[in-house]
Design a binder for this molecule. Structure first.
Ligand code: NAD
Length: 488
């Protein structure tokens, strides 16, 4: 144990013994596409490397699917649609249950793979991503034979058809589960396009689908980058697109879908407000701030990246936050003691560093713990918060998608609400107060799809998630999430 000097006060830092996750996971040199229930070579034979962001080592070479591969996948999904939709709902449910159970059985392997490929701490992939992915399949298995209760009407609701699903890199397997489980429960077939930096768990999921004897073509997985996603969006044989990713790409997809009348749901970016009132339990709120911004290196669409603190408690909150931030351990994602892993890619690290420099240029005070030595290889960013931030500053307006928090203050609930709503985004928000009446009044007036009270970043398959404004439209999860995959 050593005392590290931190401004005026000493902070105790503990020297932990490393506790690396040791199970070996076999990663193939190269991956294939999963089309029509088979693993196949990409049409172009092209591949690109996927890198471990904590070591910069190449983990595997990923198949770069092109328009011809997308076409083959859409045809396979079309062929599978009728027989899959005609299966008794209770039979469909059995497949979803099986997939959920198999994810649980292979949880350790999936968690390690997710941490190696994406950089997230093993305790998060192990305790959050993989269990929630299984939960989404379990939850939706239960819906298969109850869809008429989700969409009450005179007729049995019908599937939409062939769904093109495009996902980002921050929760790779979990986002795949969010998309696949409701689509399959409703009788649709799917072509899934994972993000280019994190395709490994999606391809492991393809193995699981094969093990579960999911009928060929019900799920097809085409790896690749933006061009592959665009080929899927532009394919005339796709009935619905579900996209999770940046607002910029979401807008392009909305235009393309509008031209052809393709059904669309969009889960896009965010710049969510976390509001701390003076009557809140401060120590609890500090944990909520930590969860809100430093969970998954801040690569979270609903990250509480704008902190609004009631003026009278601002000094106490920033002092306690600084102390707590210094206890966070940055380093090897496979170490069970790690709180903050590697930034997902070199490009994303450059973006985050650019925003931190921009905050300094704008006159904000940048606070980072500098007592820890970072690994020499890999992409790392210390947890960061900035004070002296004005609402007009770039760091208060734009999504950084990294472990960087903009701290601002307010004097009245009215001011807190208007500052929180002063954003093109509307994904999530947090409120910290002891007063139930204030909680509900403020929550009602916030333009956010999800509002957490005295907690943050809680996810559950039963609970709908989605945004307003430039954060997108449509919901995922719960009964509401089924609507996107059903037509009357
Ligand atoms: P991105 O938009 O660059 O990429 C997302 C996916 O879209 C990737 O699979 C990518 O290959 C694909 N893609 C890129 N260009 C495309 C195009 N022209 N047509 C079709 N597909 C294309 O986003 P990202 O950097 O991977 O992810 C980060 C963003 O995702 C952040 O803005 C974050 O807030 C958002 N996100 C939102 C949610 C949510 O639920 N609202 C969840 C996670 C991430």
């Amino acid at each position: 144990m050593a005392d590290a000097p931190t401004g005026n006060r000493p902070v105790t830092t503990w020297e932990y013994s490393p506790a690396p996750e040791t199970s070996p996971v076999v990663i193939p040199d190269q991956t294939q596409l999963y089309v029509g229930g088979k693993f196949i070579e990409p049409h172009s034979k092209k591949r690109f490397a996927t890198v471990n962001p904590a070591t910069e080592a190449i983990l595997s070479n990923i198949a770069d699917g092109d328009a011809a591969d997308v076409d083959a996948a859409v045809s396979a999904a079309r062929k599978a649609l009728k027989p899959w939709g005609k299966l008794p709902a209770s039979e469909r449910a059995k497949y979803l249950y099986r997939i959920a159970r198999r994810i649980q059985e292979r949880a350790r392997e999936l968690a390690i793979l997710e941490s190696m490929d994406g950089g997230k701490p093993i305790k998060e992939s192990r305790d959050v991503d993989i269990p929630l992915a299984a939960q989404h399949f379990f939850h939706h298995a239960g819906w298969c034979d109850k869809l008429r209760y989700a969409m009450p009407g005179t007729r049995e609701p019908r599937p939409v058809g062939v769904c093109g699903q495009i996902i980002p890199w921050n929760f790779p397997l979990l986002m795949a589960a969010w998309k696949l489980a409701p689509a399959l429960a409703c009788g649709n077939t799917v072509v899934l396009k994972p993000a280019e930096t994190t395709s490994l768990t999606a391809m492991r999921l393809a193995e699981i689908l094969q093990e579960c004897d999911l009928p060929p073509g019900v799920v097809n997985i085409v790896t690749g980058a933006g061009a592959t996603g665009k080929a899927l969006v532009d394919h005339a044989g796709v009935d619905k697109i579900a996209f999770t990713g940046s607002t910029e790409v979401g807008k392009q997809i909305a235009q393309a879908c509008a031209k052809r009348g393709t059904r669309l749901t969009l889960e896009l970016g965010g710049k969510s407000a976390n509001i701390i009132f003076a009557d809140a339990a401060i120590d609890q709120a500090i944990e909520g701030i930590v969860q809100g911004i430093w969970f998954n290196q801040g690569h979270v669409c609903c990250a509480g990246s704008r902190l609004f603190v009631e003026e009278s408690i601002l000094p106490e909150v920033t002092r306690k936050l600084e102390m707590r931030m210094k206890t966070l351990r940055v380093g090897d994602p496979l170490d069970k003691n790690t709180d903050i892993g590697a930034i997902n890619s070199k490009q994303q690290l450059a973006i985050i560093e650019g925003y931190i420099a921009e905050g300094s240029r704008e006159g904000c005070t940048v606070c980072q713990p500098n007592h820890q030595t970072l690994p020499t290889k890999g992409y790392w960013c210390r947890p960061t918060f900035m004070t002296g931030v004005q609402p007009a500053h770039v760091v208060a307006r734009e999504e950084i998608f990294g472990p960087v928090l903009a701290v601002m203050s307010f004097r009245t609930p009215e001011e807190a609400i208007s500052r929180a709503n002063n954003s093109p985004y509307g994904l999530a928000a947090g409120i910290w107060t002891e007063k139930g009446s204030k909680m509900f009044d403020v929550a009602r007036r916030l333009q956010a799809g999800v509002v957490w009270c005295n907690t943050y970043n809680q996810f559950d398959a039963t609970s709908p998630f989605g945004g307003f404004k430039e954060s997108g439209f449509g919901r995922e999860g719960g009964m509401q999430g089924l609507a996107a995959y059903l037509s009357e």
